[in-house]
Design a protein around this ligand. Structure first.
Ligand SMILES: Nc1nc2c(ncn2[C@@H]2O[C@H](COP(=O)(O)OP(=O)(O)O)[C@@H](O)[C@H]2O)c(=O)[nH]1
Ligand SMILES: [Mg+2]
Ligand SMILES: [Zn+2]
Length: 350
């Protein structure tokens, strides 16, 4: 497997599929304008970018991060042959029911927030659930540390998320912080930056690219900020590190998650829930509800419980549309319950 392709995120999952094609080579979608695409692949010992062309109707449109099989044409474009099966897909539920894929083959979700009024725990929980629901490892990035009057206050709140989620605190103009973030982007992995508009995603991507201006291989020819219209998404390679994808601000983040995803995201609540007296407890302050008791005793914030319930209602809505999924959900729930009672039952929530 070529080193250039590896840097682009090519791995066994894709090479096994690509080997089946006698004609054509693997390329990755590195710019996505919605209808027009730019792909990158290896040619003559380096990474090259090409416009992607289509000569026939296709079953499924590629998106940023996809691997495809393509044929180099005489006019210097790559002709689309086949979409390779995705390893993962970062997607959200947009406008009620439509599941919109945002980026393909993503390993890590960098959830960017800031030391400003934008900071919002329920939003972080929503993004964490989104990562879990998509099978992508989350990292929390707390940006604009320079604006923090009280950094400990932010740490305390983030601790409420209760899990060992990697955290990076930085300012985009602080080299040490940016270097620390860069170290959280392993070679071969693809990382997507998400978060509200204005938190500094594009600044971070630019800072990451700027650190190594000379050797940085900006697959996209423009800088992260410059290239962004509302519909375009670009992928960049950080040589020696991984691949990064900036996303324009996503207005609403609907999540189609399973009960297991929820339990993983709200482990403290999942543990407490096993102690509710009634198995069908609705956790609405009825007698014997362990969650309500925990809130009263100050062990669980009412905000977190409300956030959990809101996301659970959403998850249930999506699960109810599909019986087969519900079956899976129940299996997942049992698995999660077994694991939780094994690992964490003894530990009292803070
Ligand atoms: N004080 C401060 N401002 C920042 C920092 N990072 C970004 N900004 C500013 O925040 C604004 C929004 O940044 P941008 O990268 O466009 O955010 P995006 O919408 O998430 O891509 C810009 O004015 C940046 O200069 C930081 O670490 N500290
Ligand atoms: Mg931006
Ligand atoms: Zn209850």
């Amino acid at each position: 497997m070529s080193n250039f392709l590896k840097q682009l995120g090519f791995n066994q999952h894709f090479s096994t599929q690509a080997d089946k094609y006698s004609a054509g080579l693997p390329y990755r979608v590195t710019e996505d304008f919605g209808r027009r695409f730019v792909v990158s692949g290896e040619a003559e010992g380096q990474l090259q970018t090409y416009d992607l062309t289509f000569t026939h109707k296709i079953k499924q449109a590629p998106i940023i991060g996809d691997w495809i099989i393509g044929l180099l044409t005489e006019s210097g474009t790559v002709e689309f042959v086949e979409l390779l099966e995705r390893g993962s897909c970062f997607q959200r539920v947009a406008q009620e029911e439509y599941v919109q894929p945002l980026a393909a083959n993503v390993d890590r979700l960098f959830i960017v927030t800031s030391c400003t009024a934008e900071f919002n725990m329920s939003r972080l929980e929503r993004y964490l659930l989104l990562a879990r629901a998509n099978g992508i490892a989350p990292v929390i990035v707390l940006n604009k540390a320079d604006l923090a009057h009280d950094k400990d206050g932010y740490y305390e709140q983030i601790a409420e998320l209760g899990q060992e989620i990697p955290l990076c605190v930085l300012s985009t103009f602080d080299e040490a912080g940016v270097a620390q973030l860069k170290n959280m982007i392993p070679q071969g992995e693809t990382c997507v930056f998400v978060g509200s508009s204005g938190v500094g995603k594009s600044s971070i991507v630019n800072a990451l690219l700027g650190l190594d201006q000379q050797v940085t291989l900006a697959v996209s020819t423009k800088g992260a900020r410059g290239s962004h219209t509302t519909t375009s998404r670009s992928l960049f390679v950080l040589p020696g590190y991984g691949v990064i994808i900036d996303t324009p601000g996503i207005r609403s983040v609907g999540v189609a998650a399973t009960e297991e995803n929820l339990n993983d995201t709200f482990e403290d609540i999942a543990i407490l829930m096993t102690r509710c007296v009634f198995r069908n407890c609705r956790h609405e302050a009825e007698a014997g509800c362990a969650l309500s008791q925990a809130v009263e005793a100050g062990h669980l914030s009412p905000r977190r419980l409300a956030s959990y319930k809101k996301l659970q209602r959403e998850a249930a809505y999506f699960d109810d549309r599909d019986q087969a999924k519900r079956q899976q959900k129940n299996e997942g729930k049992q698995r999660a319950a077994r694991r939780i009672s094994r690992e964490r039952f003894e530990r009292e929530p803070k």
